[in-house]
Design a protein around this ligand. Structure first.
Ligand SMILES: Cc1cc2nc3c(=O)[nH]c(=O)nc-3n(C[C@H](O)[C@H](O)[C@H](O)COP(=O)(O)OP(=O)(O)OC[C@H]3O[C@@H](n4cnc5c(N)ncnc54)[C@H](O)[C@@H]3O)c2cc1C
Ligand code: FES
Ligand code: FES
Length: 1336
């Protein structure tokens, strides 16, 4: 122990540079160390909990035993710095830069258009870089696996995959995905070639050259080989870290500190400390204790040291599976399967086997398999060594095991399987990968050789209670019986009786979870049956359609098409308009050089601000007590409503929203006050120490139903009507009523809300660096709050790491509070929300309840429709009124319904206030009309696309708000989509598939969109620009739009390049600044390029004209000569440009107007395959056809299309925002909120830009595209619904049915109404056992 008393010295390398630390706080993670101490800001914070991959770095370690160097990717946010002794860390800055040499991974990601906002790019780069260090010529499967733990909210992943694919040596075979056949042997569909113009040319790419990589520091090798191993101790303010080197010492330490956790991968303890605020005075880190890493093979099985990471475990098991006969490795195969989908690779690389077992997650993927597989652990303590079986007696409660506090687990024994023994593992999770399971299971059966009699059975489940549970009674029932249907049918009943889930069980999903227990057993039954049939023990085969239960969903991603029109041959080769061009910052983003708000270097004296939020949904504030907070070290001040010098509220319509609550709170998460301190950590501790006393107010309102009942709404309600709906209903053949709920959606921009307010100058001047889509809105809000004129506040937006509508109003409020703190303290103040705070505070997309009544004719014509929309606005009005207006404007989508009426209400509730989100109500609105059309088709028993087509606008048309338009391109998109998707053939193939498969169903949907572009509030359709040309010919462009990944600045460069006739390399856009261009409008409504592009064009034309005399004098002169001459001729080379956009309006009183400049049209076909037993699905193919006029930049536009599509897929099939009964948002990070990951990308995603489309209403005949495609993600929803309908037909259920959005696996599975779901549901239509008997 004497050794332990000494403070250790930590030595590691970062990007080849030695770092020596003697006083490390054990609470410091590598991410903050890199960003704050080393100022390496390329590694990003996205969630802090290992769930997003933005912080990925490569760790390299020398293994003295083998003299090998191990490279692995890891999440810096969960890596304690204290653990890094002897490691070499490589960050994105270490592998290449724009100043020296780009690394091929950085270059290819950028040039393949895989970087939009760029916030995820460094993490993506490092995941692939690490892969290539280990495997320079990977397979596609390796790439997919390496990126499984990295989230991107912008690109839709396709371009990232395509960039990385260039490192693979593979053909573009169809891989037998969709038709079951294969293009190589002529039985499948040959993938269409991506002929025509390409988005990038891989011949331009830098080659991968391993000799250029950083070498592992020789000093670390020497250190590992010669340095005596000593105990290391690091002391922080609240925590002491001890790292022993021998097992004996570890046992002693654990005995002296039985409550101290053993931190290995820190993936369980780390998030607990971070998110639950746990403080452990002592932490023991045994990562250097050799015994914990030993692997010993015996004739009976293998002993694995529990310190092995999950990746190492997988590697060892794969080795055994490869070497040993299959019958001996049944358990290992089942574990390998679980390990391949458990978390992301970065987590698997550090999380340990022992950590997984001991942290005893109720839904651990490994524990049920280990338990079913008769595994046991070896445990040691001062009392000696013992072995404990991993069975039901080991897992004793929620995250509790039978271990004693002083126990150290050393190794796990994994037995080989015997002849006749079969082991399987299954899991179902909210997302296919990188998501904790809803239910997970391990099952093992031993069948008498030749007899078919069950000699032993073991079934364990995770996710069915507080801990891993055993179905002991069910197993006992089956043992001694024949493995047949009769046995199985009895087992089901007992299983349900044995594994009870009370309705109030944490995590909910009771019916779903219970049905999964049955369907997993069914699947196990079939798999065992199949093996027994193959071995000749059982004579009768499982029929083909039933075997579909055990066939996995297709999963091979294929290259997609990106079809666009080449520019005309007459266009000058220098003119970049209409050609693909890489995002102008893509290279800086991929190298980590791009500066986001939180990357701005610290300013002298800077403070950090953390907010204190309400924990009550509706309450009076009795007291805010900050006395203890103010005593804490580093805490400087408290900011409350009293401190606001100017306007304390933001007013919209007649409703006021307080910046900081004064007397009352109306939702959990409402801002009450803020603590400013010298550091982030101190401000956070200060905020926790602020005590707020409340008096609860009665009856908070949470749902729209409660709001309607209590008349809790934001006025005015909007209504619109065309024709006479009441009369029309009297004349139709059929009337149908239905409803659909569309859940909300969290923006989940990868960069959380960030701002830095700096007081400058002597006359109350403030520089505001902010990640905002609306710099002027923020500037004005800050000025009003501080009671100073707007000319004292300048807002600067360099770039935004994703926004999607969520960085307008909420950002302004947060910036105002930060500005008050800067004003009060006279110091620079930074506020960067943590992911959980961001999700809690800033609201989401409005959830909507849509009700409809539709009247239609026998031939499918819809004659009348009556809609009611109830949007959950939350506690303040924000933009909710505009959202409900937009809902009404789009309620027709692509359909001409002669009699149409709708009302839309913004409901006021005690939930956090919802706000703008890409599509601004349209994705919710169109969902309702499409649900209605689907019901009509179901009622008439006709394919939905026929009803859609029959009712679509044709010829010169007028909307329900009396705006004339020509829908020709809508129909062109529709027809083109049918052709490219080979719709008729797919229809036949799907019908045939469904006939041949009982438990997998395919479904398809073809969905149109008509999307209005520009702001209905005419004054917002304006933009200004300022263009300077310097004497050296370089051009500086400023305009009012912000760059948030959508490629606006790139398109603007193309515009300026065409107008000035200079290459884009001469043009620069530094930032968006309210000092350069005043009175900017928000970058929103898909109108950024339309407005700002025209303003820049205007300014450039002015300047070009001014140069005309010089050009005429010297027509052969160079641009540089002309611009230099202009100076000497005293010609101003600075010009403003302005675009006065269309004067759009909507008169709600008269229910008519011209709220849009034009429409963007599109159509989308998607086919999915659904697993009816689990609700899991895979989008097999998607064909998108979009009319975006003449694209200014096809790579940027296709990027927007694909990104929006995947975001829509998330909205409609995955993303759920659960609230507690007290109105508290339960999803506070990627662990609970699942946005689409790479595993959700359709296996084949084709994008076609409609050729020969012109648009006289926008710059260069282009069209806005940022938002429209989001709705087309619903093609996946409706394809799932179609597959569900096929499954329901098997249970004899026909006609319309309700499927709410998102169609999560839970909803899809329950809607299938299989015998399994019916058995656990309120109605039990058939005896399950008999049903299966009948089928077999
Ligand atoms: C983003 C993310 C996704 C995840 N997804 C999944 C998933 O899909 N499926 C799944 O099953 N799990 C999942 N996990 C959980 C993960 O597998 C566990 O957190 C991990 O295995 C724990 O290992 P660790 O080494 O990080 O443990 P640590 O956090 O280092 O320690 C965990 C606990 O184990 C104890 N402990 C560790 N070693 C010993 C020992 N030798 N003797 C006694 N006690 C010991 C510690 O005292 C501590 O209490 C996920 C985790 C994250 C962060
Ligand atoms: S920030 Fe580390 S994984 Fe998200
Ligand atoms: S580019 Fe991936 S998150 Fe923006």
């Amino acid at each position: 122990m004497a050794e332990q008393e000494k403070q250790g010295t930590l030595c590691f390398f970062v990007n080849g540079r030695k770092v020596t630390e003697q006083h490390v706080d054990p609470e410091t993670m590598l991410l903050s160390f890199l960003r704050e101490k080393l100022r390496l800001t390329g590694t990003k914070y996205g969630c802090g909990g290992g769930g997003c991959g933005a912080c990925t770095v490569m760790i390299s370690r020398f293994q003295p035993g083998t003299r090998a160097i191990l490279h692995f990717s890891a999440n810096a946010c969960l890596l304690p710095v204290c653990q890094l002794h002897g490691a070499a860390i490589t960050t994105v800055e270490g592998i290449g830069s724009t100043k020296t040499r780009l690394h091929p991974v950085q270059e290819r990601l950028a040039r393949a258009h895989g970087s939009q906002c760029g916030f995820c790019s460094p993490g993506m780069v490092m995941s692939i870089y690490t892969l290539l260090r280990n495997k320079p010529q990977p397979y596609m499967a390796d790439i997919i696996e390496a990126l499984g733990g990295n989230l991107c909210r912008c690109t839709g992943y396709r371009p990232i995959v395509d960039g990385c694919r260039t490192f693979c040596q593979e053909s573009t075979c169809c891989l037998g995905n969709v038709d079951g056949g294969c293009c190589m042997n002529g039985t499948g569909t040959e993938p269409e070639l991506n002929d025509g113009p390409q988005l990038f040319n891989k011949k331009d790419f830098l080659p991968l050259d391993a000799t250029q990589e950083l070498i592992f520091p020789p000093e670390l090798i020497l250190m590992a080989e010669t340095e005596p191993q000593r105990t290391q101790t690091f002391r922080g303010e609240r925590m002491t870290w001890v790292s022993p080197v021998s097992l004996e010492e570890l046992v002693q330490l654990k005995s002296s500190h039985p409550r101290a956790p053993l931190v290995m991968g820190n993936t369980s303890i780390g998030p607990e400390i971070k998110f639950k605020g746990l403080v452990h005075p002592v932490i023991i880190s045994p990562t250097r204790v050799a015994e914990l890493f030993e692997v010993t093979e015996t004739p009976q099985g293998v002993w694995l040291g529990v310190g092995c990471s999950l990746s190492q475990v997988r590697c060892v098991l794969e080795g055994l599976v490869g070497r040993l006969p299959g019958e001996r490795t049944e358990l290992y195969q089942a574990l390998v399967k679980q390990l391949s989908s458990l978390a992301g690779q970065q987590i698997r690389n550090v999380a340990t086997l022992g950590g997984n077992i001991v942290s005893a997650l109720p839904n651990s993927d490994l524990n049920p398999v280990l338990a079913a597989g008769r595994c046991r652990i070896r445990v040691t303590s001062e009392g000696g060594q013992r072995e404990i079986p991993l069975d039901q007696d080991f897992f004793v409660g929620f995250r509790k095991t039978a271990l004693r506090p002083e126990d150290v687990v050393v190794s796990v024994f994994l037995p080989e399987t015997r002849k006749g023994e079969l082991v399987r593992a299954y899991r179902q999770a909210p997302r296919k990968e990188n998501a904790l399971a809803t239910v997970t299971t391990g099952m093992r059966v031993l069948i008498g050789v030749g007899s078919g009699v069950v000699q032993d059975l073991s079934i364990f489940y995770g996710g069915l209670g507080p801990t891993t549970v055993s179905a002991t009674r069910t197993c006992a029932l089956v043992v001694g019986r024949i493995w047949d249907e009769e046995t199985l049918s009895q087992a089901y009943d007992l299983l349900l009786e044995e594994l009870v889930l009370p309705p109030s069980v944490p995590g909910g999903k009771v019916e779903f979870r219970r049905s999964l227990t049955l369907s997993f057993l069914f699947r196990f039954y079939l798999e065992v049956h199949q093996v027994l049939t193959e071995e000749g023990v059982i004579q009768h085969q499982v029929p083909g359609p039933v075997r579909s239960a055990i066939r996995p969903l297709p999963s091979q991603i294929q290259p997609g098409l990106q079809k666009f029109q080449a520019v005309s041959e007459a266009q000058s080769p220098q003119d970049p308009v209409g050609r693909p061009m890489m995002h102008r910052s893509a290279l800086s983003q991929a190298t980590g050089e791009a500066v986001y708000c939180d990357d701005v270097p610290r300013i002298e004296g800077e403070l950090f601000l953390v907010l204190v939020t309400s924990s009550r949904p509706h309450a009076k504030i009795l007291e805010v007590d900050a006395s203890s907070a103010l005593q804490l070290p580093g805490v400087v001040d408290l900011v409350t409503w009293k401190d606001v010098p100017g306007k304390k509220v933001r007013t919209i319509e007649r409703y006021e929203e307080e910046l900081l609550a004064e007397k009352e709170v109306s939702c959990v998460g409402q801002l009450i006050c803020a603590v400013v301190a010298d550091s982030r950590a101190q401000a956070k501790q200060g905020a926790v120490a602020v005590k707020v006393r409340y008096e609860d107010l009665p009856d908070p309102v949470f749902t729209v139903e409660e709001a309607i009942e209590r008349n809790s709404i934001f006025e005015p309600q909007r209504k619109i009507e065309r024709g006479n709906v009441t009369e029309a209903f009297k004349t139709v053949d059929h009337i149908h009523e239905g409803q659909i709920r569309i859940g909300g959606q969290e923006h989940f921009y990868m960069e959380t809300q960030s701002m830095l307010v700096v007081p400058v100058g002597e006359e109350a001047e403030y520089k505001v660096y902010v990640s905002s889509q609306a710099p002027t809105f923020t500037q004005d809000a800050v000025a009003e709050t501080l009671d100073i004129p707007s000319n004292r506040v300048s807002c600067h937006v360099k770039r935004i790491g994703g926004a999607f509508g969520g960085k307008v109003t909420k950002t302004a409020i947060l910036t105002c509070i930060t500005a008050v703190a800067a004003w009060k303290t006279g110091r620079a103040v930074r506020c960067v929300l943590e992911r959980g705070e961001d999700m809690l505070i800033t609201g989401a997309r409005h959830p909507v309840l849509g009700k409809y009544k539709v009247g239609f004719m026998e031939d499918g014509r819809i004659m009348a429709a009556d809609f009611q929309y109830y949007a959950n606005a939350g506690n303040t009005i924000d933009e909710s009124l505009l959202v409900v207006e937009k809902i009404l404007l789009h309620m027709d989508n692509a359909y001409s319904v002669p009699n149409l009426q709708g009302v839309a209400v913004a409901c006021r509730t005690n939930l956090p206030s919802n706000t703008a989100f890409r599509g601004f109500g349209v994705p919710q609105s169109i969902m309702v009309v499409e649900s209605m059309v689907t019901d009509v088709a179901a009622q008439l028993r006709r394919p939905t696309h026929e009803i859609r087509e029959l009712n679509m606008y044709r010829g010169p048309s007028t909307t329900h708000y009396k705006m004339d338009f020509d829908p020709e391109n809508l129909m062109r998109c529709w027809e083109h989509c049918k052709t490219v998707a080979d719709h008729a053939a797919r229809l036949r193939a799907v019908a045939q598939f469904n006939q041949q498969n009982r438990w997998k169903k395919r479904g398809m949907a073809l969905v149109p969109i008509k999307y209005g572009i520009a702001f209905a509030e005419g004054f917002l359709n304006q933009a200004a620009a300022l263009v300077h040309i310097y004497k050296d010919g370089s051009v500086l462009v400023s305009h009012g739009g912000t760059e948030m990944g959508q490629g606006l600045h790139t398109k603007i460069l193309q515009v300026a390049s065409r107008e000035l006739q200079v290459p884009t390399s001469k043009i620069f856009i530094s930032e968006t600044s309210t000092s350069c261009v005043p009175n900017t409008c928000p970058s929103a409504a898909s109108f950024g390029t339309d407005a700002n592009g025209m303003a820049v064009k205007n300014a450039c034309q002015t300047l070009y004209k001014r140069l005309e005399p010089i050009r005429k004098q010297d027509p052969k002169g160079s641009w540089e000569n002309w611009t230099r001459k202009a100076f000497f001729d005293k010609i101003s080379m600075s010009a403003t440009g302005f675009h006065r956009g269309p004067d759009l309006h909507m008169d709600w009183g008269r229910m008519k107007g011209q709220p849009y400049a034009y429409f963007t049209y599109g159509a989308c076909f998607t086919e999915v395959e659904l697993d009816c037993l689990t609700g899991d699905y895979r989008a097999l193919m998607t064909d998108l056809v979009m009319d975006i006029g003449r694209s200014i930049n096809p790579s940027v536009d296709i990027g927007q299309i694909e990104g929006a599509f995947l975001q829509g897929l998330g909205l409609y099939t995955m993303e759920e925002l659960p609230f507690s009964p007290r109105g508290e948002l339960l999803a506070r990070g990627p662990a609970q909120y699942k946005v689409p990951a790479l595993c959700d990308l359709p296996l084949r995603l084709n994008v076609h830009l409609l050729p020969d489309s012109d648009n006289p209403h926008a710059i260069y005949s282009s069209k806005g595209i940022g938002e429209p495609v989001l709705f087309l993600g619903s093609s996946v929803f409706y394809a799932i619904k179609d597959a569900v309908a096929a499954a329901r037909a098997e249970s004899g259920l026909e006609g319309p049915f309700t499927l709410d959005s998102p169609a999560t696996p839970e909803r899809a599975c329950l809607a299938c109404a299989t015998p399994f779901t019916q058995k656990v549901g309120p109605t039990c239509l058939s005896r399950l056992g008999k049903y299966i008997l009948k089928e077999l």
